[in-house]
Design a protein around this ligand. Structure first.
Ligand SMILES: Nc1nc2c(ncn2[C@@H]2O[C@H](COP(=O)(O)OP(=O)(O)O)[C@@H](O)[C@H]2O)c(=O)[nH]1
Ligand SMILES: [Mg+2]
Length: 441
C-alpha cells in the first residue's frame, strides 16, 4: 500500500545518510533528490514537492543540528517536521456521544466506512447505531444491514421507502438512546443538484456534530477539488480517505486534502470492518519515516517506569548501578524485548549493534540475579567495580549460586552499562529525544 511504498523510499533515502560524516550540499542534495522521487511517485503535487524539497534543503544546510545529533538524525528531523507541516491538521473525532453524517460520491466507501466507524466506537464502549439514508443505490439497504448484523451493530432502515429525509427523521427517533449515531447517505457520480438538496435536507433535520467526507484515495490530487466542493455545500468537519491500501497515489489525496481547509479524520486501509485507522499526522509521518510510533512508545515506557519509580534520567546519564539494572530489567520485561523497543526508535536504525543475548533476559534469570543481589552489600550494589574474586566467592556462597553465575551477572551489568553510555554519549533519554524531534509529549 501507499504507506509501505512511500515509506520504503523515504527510509531508503535516509538510510543512505548513515555514516555520512557531515552535512554538506552534496549529502543533502542527494537525500532531497531521493525524497522528491518518492513523493512524486506517491502522486504528491509537483509544486508542493518542489517547495518541500527547497525547504528541506535550506533548513538542513542552514540550521545547526541540535547537540548530539548526527547528520542523518538532523535531516530526518527536518524532513519529519516539514512533512508534518504538510499533513499538519488531523480532525479530532472524539470518543463521545454524537451524530455523524457520512457524505461523498458514489463508490467512495461511505457505507463500508459507516460500518467500520460503528465498530470503532462500539469497541471503545460507546453504544452505536446506524441509519441507512441511501435510497438511491439499489442494494444500499442490504449492504449496510448485512455489515451491521455481522458486527452486532444496531441498524435502522426502511427498505422500499424513497424519502431519505423522512427515513432519517424516523431513524433518529428510533435510535435516540444510542450514544453514537451514524447516518449513511447516498452518493451520486458527481456533486449533482439533487444530491446537494438531499444532503442539505438531511443535514437540517439531523444537525450532525460531524460531517465526514469520504474520498477514495485513487482520486489523487483531485481530492482537494472534492473537499472544497462539499465544504462549500454543507460544510465538512473532517475527511476519511479510503482505499489507501489499494493505490500508489495516496500521497496525492492526503496532501491535497490538507491543502484545503479540511483535516483528515480517518484513513481506510482495507475492506474488512477493522481496516480503519484514526489519522494522526505525527504518528503517520513517524511511521512513514520508519521512526516507529514514538509517541505511544514513550507513553508506554512512562507508564511502566512510573510504577517502578525509576529515575531514568539519572540512570541513563551514566550512573548505572546494579540496583538500577535490576529495575531496568524489570521494566524491560514489561515493555517487551528491549530490542524491539530500540528498533522503534530512530537510533535503533542507526546501526547500533547490541548483541542478541543482551536482550534475552528470562524471568528465570531475573530471579537468580535477584537472589545474588540479595547477598550483596549496599555498597557493592551501588558500586560493583569493587567486587573482586574473594567477594564473588562470598556472594556466591551466601546466595547459594555458582561463582560463574555471579560473574555472569557482573559481566552483564558491565555490558549494559557500556551500551547505555554508548547511547548518545550517556545522554539517551526518550523525552529529550522527543523534544529534539520536535514532538511534545
Ligand atoms: N481496499 C479497500 N476497499 C474499500 C475501502 N473502503 C471501501 N472499499 C470498497 O469500495 C467499494 C465501495 O464502497 P462503498 O462503501 O459501497 O461505497 P459508497 O458507495 O460510498 O457507499 C466496496 O467494494 C468496498 O469494499 C478501503 O479502505 N480499502
Ligand atoms: Mg453506500
Amino acid at each position: 500500500m501507499v504507506l509501505d511504498k512511500l515509506g520504503d523510499s523515504l527510509q531508503g533515502a535516509l538510510k543512505k545518510l548513515v555514516g555520512a560524516g557531515r552535512i554538506d550540499e552534496k549529502v543533502v542534495d542527494e537525500a532531497v533528490k531521493d525524497i522528491q522521487r518518492a513523493m512524486l511517485q506517491a502522486d504528491v503535487n509537483v509544486k508542493l514537492v518542489m517547495a518541500l524539497s527547497q525547504k528541506i534543503k535550506q533548513r538542513s544546510l542552514k540550521e545547526e543540528p541540535p547537540v548530539g545529533m548526527n547528520p542523518r538524525e538532523h535531516i530526518l528531523r527536518v524532513v519529519y517536521q516539514e512533512l508534518i507541516g504538510i499533513l499538519g491538521k488531523s480532525a479530532n473525532v472524539r470518543l463521545a456521544a454524537q451524530t455523524i453524517m457520512m457524505i461523498g460520491l458514489q463508490g467512495s466507501g461511505k457505507t463500508t466506512t459507516t460500518a467500520k466507524l460503528a465498530r470503532y466506537f462500539q469497541r471503545k464502549g460507546l453504544k452505536t447505531a446506524v441509519i441507512c439514508a441511501d435510497t438511491f443505490r439499489p442494494g444500499a439497504y442490504d449492504q449496510l444491514k448485512t455489515l451491521c448484523d455481522r458486527n452486532g451493530i444496531f441498524f435502522y432502515g426502511e427498505k422500499d421507502v424513497k424519502d431519505a429525509v423522512a427515513i432519517t427523521q424516523r431513524g433518529l427517533a428510533a435510535i435516540e438512546k444510542y450514544d453514537v449515531k451514524i447516518i449513511d447517505t447516498a452518493g451520486r457520480h458527481a456533486l449533482e443538484k439533487d444530491l446537494i438538496k438531499e444532503m442539505e435536507d438531511i443535514h437540517k433535520i439531523a444537525k450532525p456534530d460531524h460531517k465526514l467526507l469520504v474520498i477514495d484515495a485513487a482520486m489523487g490530487q483531485q481530492a482537494s477539488e472534492q473537499a472544497r466542493a462539499f465544504n462549500n455545500s454543507i460544510g465538512i468537519t473532517g475527511v476519511v480517505i479510503t482505499k489507501l491500501d489499494g493505490t500508489a497515489k495516496g500521497g496525492g489525496a492526503l496532501s491535497a486534502v490538507s491543502e484545503t481547509d479540511s483535516a483528515i479524520a480517518f484513513i481506510g486501509v482495507g475492506e474488512t470492518p477493522d481496516d480503519l485507522e484514526k489519522f494522526e499526522a505525527d504518528r503517520f509521518i513517524s511511521r512513514l519515516l520508519g521512526m516507529g510510533d514514538i509517541k505511544s512508545l514513550v507513553e508506554k515506557a512512562e507508564e511502566s517506569l512510573k510504577e517502578d519509580d525509576i529515575d531514568m534520567e539519572a540512570m541513563l546519564s551514566g550512573k548505572f548501578t546494579l540496583k538500577d539494572m535490576y529495575k531496568q530489567l524489570e521494566a524491560m520485561n514489561k515493555l517487551g524485548p528491549l530490542k524491539q523497543v530500540m528498533q522503534m526508535l530512530p537510533m535503533g536504525k542507526l546501526g547500533m549493534n547490541v548483541s542478541d543475548d543482551m536482550y534475552s533476559v528470562t524471568q528465570e534469570k531475573l530471579g537468580k540475579y535477584k537472589v545474588i543481589m540479595d547477598s550483596m552489600t549496599d555498597k557493592e550494589l551501588e558500586d560493583p567495580k569493587h567486587i573482586n574474586s574473594s567477594r564473588i566467592i562470598r556472594i556466591s556462597r551466601g546466595s547459594g549460586t555458582k561463582y560463574d553465575e555471579v560473574r555472569e551477572l557482573l559481566k552483564y551489568h558491565k555490558t549494559m552499562q557500556k551500551t547505555i553510555k554508548g547511547l548518545k554519549g550517556g545522554k539517551f533519554n526518550l523525552q529529550k529525544m522527543m523534544k529534539k524531534f520536535g514532538m511534545g509529549v
